[in-house]
Design a protein around this ligand. Structure first.
Ligand code: NDP
Length: 223
């Protein structure tokens, strides 16, 4: 059974739902947010809140120190932004590029190394990517910058799995199209459905799954 969970980016949406469900199951949950409202939301679900802005070096630099002594069975990196609703061939501004890449790519590249010493033996390390980041399976354009950021974070996750070897099982997840601020009200899945599906897959992961890109129900997605 999962005893200790860390959720990065849990002020709302899918991250907060992970806090709620793991907490309801009796796990000890540490979760991060960058705003007072987000920290309060985590606390309301029984999680231990930590302030963290994945886009700021002065915030991420102290994470390992803040987690000193903790050993997590499951770590989930959820923080992400969609950025401008611009399609292919519509060049993002430098500021748009910076915000999306800093949050979705540099964020995990800063946060994950800080977590390595806090992984329990056999831990599962999950990054929320998106099917939109898949290149081989792509059949339409749209969300040019967001797609590029998720393709990049898939590479980050794959390299993390190779670097960690048997220390952790690392997967990138597509959570489905989910009814959150990002997914919108018309999406297919509620956060509860998406998270419960991913939790079942996380619970069944074996070391052989490391470095894979999975849909919320566990089916493989081509990189
Ligand atoms: P939401 O927009 O509902 O929530 C985004 C979360 O990321 C919030 O908690 C937000 O915090 C946090 N966040 C954004 N920037 C930062 C930052 N710099 N530092 C810390 N936290 C930050 O999105 P979802 O819950 O829907 O998405 C969660 C993940 O799932 C994302 O990575 C997204 O790309 C991915 N995903 C979602 C899909 C969907 O259909 N919803 C589909 C495919 C992938 P704050 O409240 O402070 O802004």
């Amino acid at each position: 059974m999962t005893r200790n969970v860390l959720v990065v980016g849990a002020s709302r949406g899918i991250g907060l739902e992970f806090v709620r469900q793991y907490g309801e199951d009796g796990a000890r949950v540490v979760a991060t947010a960058r705003s007072d409202e987000g920290l309060a939301a985590i606390k309301a679900y029984g999680g231990r809140p930590l302030r963290l802005d994945v886009g700021r070096l002065d915030s991420t630099a102290g994470l390992a120190w803040q987690l000193d002594g903790e050993a997590f069975d499951v770590v989930i990196v959820c923080a992400g932004v969609y950025g401008p609703r611009k399609n292919a061939l519509d060049t993002p501004t430098a500021d748009e590029f910076d915000e999306v890449m800093r949050t979705n790519v540099l964020g995990p590249m800063r946060v994950i190394p800080q977590l390595v010493e806090s992984l329990a033996p056999g831990a599962r390390l999950v990054v929320l990517s998106s099917r939109m980041g898949g290149i081989g399976s792509r059949t339409q354009s749209g969300g040019w910058l967001y797609r590029a950021s998720k393709a990049a974070v898939n590479s980050v996750l794959k390299d993390t799995s190779l670097a960690l070897g048997d220390r952790a099982t690392c997967v990138a997840f597509h959570p489905g199209w989910v009814q959150t601020d990002m997914g919108g009200a018309g999406a297919d899945l509620t956060p509860a459905q998406s998270v419960s599906s991913m939790r079942a897959v996380i619970a069944g992961l074996t070391p052989a799954d490391t470095g894979r890109f999975l849909d919320h129900d566990g089916s493989p997605i081509p990189w």
